[in-house]
Design a protein around this ligand. Structure first.
Ligand SMILES: [Zn+2]
Length: 222
């Protein structure tokens, strides 16, 4: 994986990769995971999904490493659930770095992670995924956005973009943050990054940086 801009003060580091790329990365390995993370991995019965979860957790360490200068092995993320308040699942954070937001995401054979100042949320989905049905999306997403997407000649990609944006905002924990969404053609992935107000262009690696398509933040109050 190439370094990208790396440690720019106040900027976020966001990485998207295939699970295979992460697992082949020389700086990363399952040994970096904390015992509680390894216990959670051990409970995942589907090998492909287990690898995706492992890759996302490792990629989070790489992002935080690049944002802080710590070695990936010295990054010690924790998780706390905003729903039930328990540790070990839910929103990731770095107890030692309260000002640095972190987020990770995984989907079939894909992983993404981000680290940056303030609330950060990232979501990755395969380009071919089609969220739905529309009746469900109408309950989860702003109706006018769903209607606009459905008015397009091929609503599928538009609905997917809405979905990853919504997920990234949800993970950031707030709506009034910068939202950037882009397509990584090489990995057939759609990605959204919420937060990291001072980082207009995420540094993506490995591979050439795509052209992000900045999306305006949605109206507040949603
Ligand atoms: Zn919970």
């Amino acid at each position: 994986m190439s370094a990208g801009p790396g440690r720019v003060d106040g900027a976020a580091v966001a990485l998207v990769a295939t699970t295979a790329e992460v697992l082949a990365h020389p700086e990363l390995g399952e040994g970096l995971l904390a015992p509680w993370e390894r216990r959670r991995l051990a409970g995942i019965r589907v090998p492909g999904r287990r690898d995706d979860v492992l890759a996302a957790r490792l990629l989070l360490r790489l992002c935080a490493s690049r944002a802080t200068g710590l070695e990936p092995g010295d990054v010690e993320p924790a998780q706390r659930c905003p729903g039930c308040g328990r540790d070990g699942h839910g929103r990731p954070y770095l107890p030692d770095r309260p000002g640095l937001g972190v987020s990770f995401s995984h989907a079939d054979g894909l992983a993404a992670a981000a680290a940056g100042p303030g609330p950060v949320g990232i979501d990755v989905e395969p380009l071919t995924r089609r969220p739905g049905p529309v009746s469900v999306l109408r309950r989860l997403l702003p109706e006018y956005e769903v209607d606009a997407a459905c008015a397009e000649p091929d609503p599928g990609p538009a609905l997917l973009r809405l979905w990853v944006r919504r997920e990234a905002l949800f993970k950031a924990g707030r709506d009034d943050v910068r939202l950037t969404e882009w397509t990584d053609r090489r990995r057939a992935a759609v990605v959204a990054l919420a937060g990291a107000a001072e980082a207009p262009v995420p540094s993506l690696s490995p591979g050439p940086a795509p052209s992000p398509s900045p999306s305006p933040a949605p109206p507040s109050g949603r």
